[in-house]
Design a protein around this ligand. Sequence first.
Ligand SMILES: Cc1ncc(C[n+]2csc(CCOP(=O)(O)OP(=O)(O)O)c2C)c(N)n1
Length: 187
Amino acid sequence: MYGFEIIQDLAAVLSGNELIVSSNGNISRQVYHYLPQPQIYLRGSMGLPIPVGLGVAMARPEKQILTIVGDGNLLMGLGSLATTAFVRPSNLKILIIDNNEYATTGNQRTTSGILNYPSLLDGFDIPNIVPILRNDPIESVRGKFQIWLNSSELCVLPALVDTKPPTLSNIPLHPEEIAAFQRTCKE
Ligand SMILES: Cc1ncc(C[n+]2csc(CCOP(=O)(O)OP(=O)(O)O)c2C)c(N)n1
């Protein structure tokens, strides 16, 4: 299964009460093109999806916040998992799209291959779902989505995926426009 297919497939299980925070690069472009707009599309520096998702979850308790983070972004901001575990917002759900690469910048290998996600997340005392694997049938992927989304507490779903980034145009929004829209949009 490719990372972009996981993001496309999320559309089938969203209820409409979610606000998505997406990793810079390909993941934000895929979220912009394949899922309802507007969302919080991160651009620029890596490492921010987890801390920004945490802040948005605290600021918007009436919403279900879905943070979609690549493995490169996760590793760059790993310390923020401790803060997330400490604050523990029940409306925060994190989806890790692990393609073992920096796909956006030319498929350089990351070090995520050494990670054992259940051990890592258990170590932070963060509730987590058994990872989605590359050959999981779609029914199993959707089943894991449902358990993850319906969780009544902070919850992380890791997905191990293959890389085939589709060529998608860049998001035609400046970060300030995205932030301004979210400030005025309370529905
Ligand atoms: C601090 C910083 N370093 C490097 C970059 C360049 N860069 C942009 S996206 C990206 C790869 C992100 O990797 P990952 O989160 O695994 O997502 P993927 O591209 O695989 O979808 C890199 C290296 C950046 N934007 N910020």
